[in-house]
Design a protein around this ligand. Structure first.
Ligand SMILES: [Zn+2]
Length: 84
C-alpha cells in the first residue's frame, strides 16, 4: 500500500514536471503571436505630446528635440510644442 502511494507521488511529480514546460511553451507561443501583430511598426498609434491626440506614426510630423524624437499630429502642434 505504501508502495502504491510512492508511485502516486512519483506520478504527480512527473505530471507537474511535464505540465510546467508545456504551459511555459504555450505562453511563449501566445506571446510571440502578440509580438507578430504589434510588429507593424508603421501602423503604430502614438500620442501627440502637445494636444494628446492619437494618430498613425507614419502620418505624424517628426521633430528631434534635445536628442529625442517626438511625433506630432500636425505641424502646428509641433510649432506649439517647440515654443513651449
Ligand atoms: Zn496635435
Amino acid at each position: 500500500m505504501i508502495r502504491l502511494l510512492f508511485y502516486a507521488v512519483i506520478f504527480y511529480i512527473c505530471y507537474r514536471l511535464i505540465k510546467g514546460p508545456v504551459a511555459f511553451f504555450l505562453k511563449g507561443r501566445i506571446k510571440s503571436e502578440d509580438s507578430d501583430e504589434s510588429g507593424l511598426a508603421d501602423a503604430e498609434m502614438i500620442k501627440d505630446p502637445q494636444c494628446g491626440a492619437y494618430f498613425m506614426k507614419q502620418k505624424g510630423v517628426q521633430a528631434r528635440i534635445g536628442g529625442k524624437t517626438f511625433y506630432f499630429c500636425s505641424e502646428s502642434c509641433r510649432d506649439k510644442f517647440l515654443k513651449r
